[in-house]
Design a protein around this ligand. Structure first.
Ligand SMILES: [Zn+2]
Length: 141
């Protein structure tokens, strides 16, 4: 009675590593194969992975990536800005000239990676549109 097909009437779903899927997403790669690009635009996901054909339209990341991006960038930028202010006391115009572009660049650089990680997490947990059967990641597209 150890056979799950006998016990539950269906084969168990293959394990999906959330850590590997999020790592692939951080690198803006397909969570299933890690070869194809995840995005067709800046943060617009491709309809399908160009390498393995995984349907990428099922993710629902919504506001989570911007929220986490602001949390990450804010927690890095604010202490550094405060430390610079305490140590060097630069004029206000110089602080704006440095911190506004630096924070904008950090935010725009971080956002796609965080979104990719969320797509990977959703795929690994079979959330939303990723509940389908596993494709063979080694198959040629
Ligand atoms: Zn793929």
């Amino acid at each position: 009675m150890d056979d799950p097909v006998e016990q539950f009437g269906a084969a168990p779903a293959a394990q999906r590593s959330w850590l590997r899927a999020m790592g692939r997403g951080l690198r803006k790669r397909c969570p299933q194969c890690g070869r194809g690009g995840l995005f067709a635009g800046y943060i617009r996901t491709a309809d399908a992975c160009p390498a393995c054909g995984l349907d990428l339209t099922g993710h629902r990341t919504d506001d989570a990536p911007p929220y986490v991006t602001v949390m990450i960038v804010g927690h890095l930028a604010i202490p550094i800005a405060l430390a610079v202010r305490q140590l060097a006391e630069p004029p206000l115009w110089l602080q704006f000239a440095i911190w506004l572009p630096a924070i904008a660049i950090a935010t725009f650089w971080t956002l796609p990676a965080v979104k990719g990680a969320f797509v990977g997490l959703q795929w690994a947990n079979r959330m939303h549109g990723f509940a389908g059967a596993d494709a063979d990641p080694t198959a040629d597209a």
